[in-house]
Design a binder for this molecule. Structure first.
Ligand code: GSH
Length: 260
């Protein structure tokens, strides 16, 4: 490192330390976008205190080893406040404050995080495969996510459909991918967003039917491997920011917030 680089680093550090000592309001007023980004800190997630569309974002951040804060929407008024503040581009959540942006649209948030943390392949083709695998798991998880919102009389039929789709459409496809290339991960022989998303989907599907992986030995091994990655292992432990499956009481609470 040259003396001038050291000097720049030192000056920059000093400047940052001095800026950080200002009260927050003054900091906001006096710093430009660049400093706002430097000091952006932990991403802040705005959603209910449940899984929904935010859960995959929590998973991806946790797997990438990124600490995050959560501000829960507990009432209709909390949601209205975000809307009135102009914080929600399409008046919807999930919303994530990250790197000076207020990001909405789950898929956009996820791909930003995946790219930023090197979980989105090394080239366009790897990205294309990751996208395809992620869309498949998104479709399966979407079916599972909406199950508790359905009327009682539709639930049994829809649960059977989820199990059929998981075991006859989605899991055979991922099992084949792992079998064909013989690698530990879905894409590029390296952990990616696709693996993290698939593990999330597997665990959700197992909540529907505990032995749902019985005909898929490679997916069973995959589940064990990916669950043991230290950041993911930590997220899977009690007390993490991972959310439990929605129960009746929570569904009623969410319906009130979103006027459903
Ligand atoms: N395409 C959006 C859809 C987001 C969405 O439907 N959010 C729901 C909560 S999970 C919402 O904000 N609903 C209120 C509304 O649409 O007005 C995404 O994937 O993030």
């Amino acid at each position: 490192m040259s003396a001038s680089e050291r000097g720049w680093g030192g000056r920059r550090r000093q400047a940052l330390i001095s800026v950080l000592s200002w009260p927050p309001a003054q900091r906001k007023e006096r710093t430009g976008n660049r400093n706002a980004e430097i000091m952006a800190g932990k991403p802040k997630l705005h959603y209910t205190n449940g899984r929904g569309k935010m859960e995959s974002i929590r998973w991806l951040l946790a797997a990438a080893g990124v600490e995050f804060e959560e501000e829960f929407i507990e009432t209709k008024e909390d949601l209205e406040k975000l809307r009135n503040d102009g914080s929600l581009l399409f008046q919807q959540v999930p919303m994530v404050e990250i790197d000076g942006m207020k990001m909405v649209q789950t898929r956009a948030i996820l791909s930003y995080i995946a790219a930023k943390h090197n979980l989105y392949g090394k080239d366009l083709k790897e990205r294309a495969w990751i996208d395809m695998y992620v869309e498949g798991t998104t479709d399966l998880m979407g079916m599972i996510m909406y199950l508790p919102f359905q009327p009682a009389e539709a639930k049994e039929k829809n649960l059977a459909l989820i199990i059929e789709r998981a075991t006859a459409r989605y899991f055979p496809a991922y099992e084949k991918v792992l079998k064909d290339h013989g690698h530990d991960y879905l894409v590029g022989n390296k952990l990616s967003w696709a693996d993290i998303h698939l593990l999330e989907a597997i665990l959700m599907a197992e909540e529907c039917k505990p032995d749902i992986l019985s005909a898929f030995p490679l997916l069973q091994a995959f589940k064990g491997r990916i669950s043991n990655i230290p950041t993911i292992k930590k997220f899977l432990q009690p007390g993490s920011q991972r959310k439990p499956p929605a129960d009746e009481k929570f569904i009623a609470h969410v319906k009130k917030i979103f006027n459903m």
